[in-house]
Design a protein around this ligand. Structure first.
Ligand SMILES: Nc1nc2c([nH]c(=O)n2[C@H]2C[C@H](O)[C@@H](COP(=O)(O)OP(=O)(O)OP(=O)(O)O)O2)c(=O)[nH]1
Length: 135
């Protein structure tokens, strides 16, 4: 099965991360994840993040630096390659269409959530940064 290239947004505010719980009816329903989604053919990862945040949250966003740890997981649908970027929200969140819950969490709280398999290594590395990032 092919590789599925996915982008995830690391959205921080006051040393807290915006974690999103996938809607129960979706692939990996109930798992926590970085907001984002699949990269479309020919699309730049930064553009995919901006598009997904518009589609899923009705929010304007700017993608910054890529996080240096990628996530990988073998799922029945294929091999997920998760690429995460620091993202700044430039507007409020006006809707949620793909998630059952959004939650701002500090590093300890983030580690206690049940993340999608490909996200676990990323969250472990990210929590060591103390959720510090200057946009
Ligand atoms: N957005 C996001 N997706 C992730 C993460 N980790 C992870 O394994 N995934 C998986 C779940 C999905 O199979 C895929 C992202 O696709 P997507 O969110 O665009 O899902 P989709 O619209 O195709 O919806 P679905 O049919 O898969 O439910 O990557 C993550 O942190 N964020």
């Amino acid at each position: 099965m092919g590789k599925i290239q996915v982008v995830g947004a690391i959205i921080l505010r006051d040393h807290q991360l915006l974690a999103a719980k996938r809607a129960a009816n979706r692939t990996l329903g109930g798992y926590w994840e970085f907001p984002g989604g699949k990269i479309e053919p020919g699309e730049a990862p930064e553009a995919a993040i901006v598009r997904e945040l518009q589609e899923e949250f009705g929010a304007q966003a700017t993608a910054y630096q890529k996080f240096d740890i990628d996530g990988v997981a073998e799922l029945t649908i294929g091999e997920i390659m998760l690429h995460c970027y620091y993202v700044r929200l430039d507007s409020g969140i006006t809707k949620t269409v793909a998630h059952d819950e959004l939650r701002w969490v500090n590093a300890d709280e983030a580690l206690a959530l049940q993340w999608a398999p490909s996200d676990v290594a990323v969250i472990e590395a990210l929590s060591k940064t103390g959720f510090n990032y200057e946009y």
